[in-house]
Design a protein. Structure first.
Length: 262
């Protein structure tokens, strides 16, 4: 019996996955704290409590994410690119192109049948192509970020942003609110701005089917549907597990492979 774990500490959320013989027995997603080690401790404690285990039961743990170097209990660290590729492949074996939109960056990857990364691009750290952009806009609209995706379906006349810069877009949102523009039209415009920004990166890498999206923004149906229209390609939904867990799942699979040499 092999019990391993993966911990992915990102800028907005921390994720943990525990595998028992390559099967998920527990997972958790928590809001990131100021210190990555606190985020890691919190999310791993929640995952362990779900399956009634303690840290000493974990035979090996791999860390990833921007805070990976500050996770106190990991045995190895791996890059986000490698872990998201491995996790996405586990969740959707047919995937060849991965669109990962995290809290502070956006990564586009093309992988082979063994989940080896053949090519990848990342954004230029501008928040407009990240989860942070959506979070800021949701706060200004005074809605939960989980509700932002549905605004696209409710909108009759989505607004168009003159700039995708987060600072200028935030000012535009405030102006539209003051002008009485319906919140759903503003939200739909926000989703479209994000989709257009990310689509530029996706086109640059010459995507191959099947295409899947990972990260928290994968749960935003508005961004996903607009991006499909822009690209003229279907983005398949990951159903095997929460797409936000892709990095942590990949890290846990790497942990399993390290102790089984397979």
């Amino acid at each position: 019996m092999k019990i391993v774990a993966g911990c992915d500490v990102g800028s907005l959320t921390a994720k943990a996955v525990i595998l028992k013989d390559r099967r998920i027995i527990a997972s958790a997603i928590v809001r990131s704290r100021a210190k990555p080690q606190q985020s890691a401790d919190n999310v791993m404690s929640e995952a362990l409590s779900q399956c009634g285990l303690s840290q000493s039961d974990i035979q090996l743990c791999v860390g990833t994410g921007y805070g990976r170097n500050q996770i106190p209990f990991v045995n190895h660290i791996m890059s986000e690119i490698a872990c998201h590729a491995k996790g996405a492949k586990w969740m959707m074996p047919s995937v060849k192109t991965i669109i990962d939109i995290g809290g502070q960056d956006c990564k586009i990857m093309r992988i082979d049948k063994n989940a080896q990364v053949q090519n990848f691009l990342t954004n230029d750290k501008c928040a407009s192509g990240t989860g942070r952009f959506l979070e800021v806009m949701a706060q200004v609209l005074n809605i939960d970020i989980s509700e932002l995706g549905s605004t696209t379906q409710k909108s009759h006349s989505p607004i168009t942003f003159a700039s995708t810069c987060t600072v200028w877009a935030q000012a535009d949102v405030i102006k539209h609110i003051n002008d009485g523009v319906p919140p759903e039209d503003i939200g739909a415009g926000v989703n479209a701005a994000m989709a257009n920004r990310v689509a530029i990166l996706v086109r640059s890498i010459k995507p191959e089917k099947d295409i899947a999206m990972t990260g928290g923004v994968a749960k935003n149906q508005g961004v996903l549907s607009v991006m499909e229209k822009i690209l003229g390609l279907r983005i398949k939904k990951i159903r095997k597990s929460d797409p936000q867990l892709a990095g942590a799942i990949g890290a846990a699979i790497f942990a399993h492979e390290k102790i089984t040499n397979n």
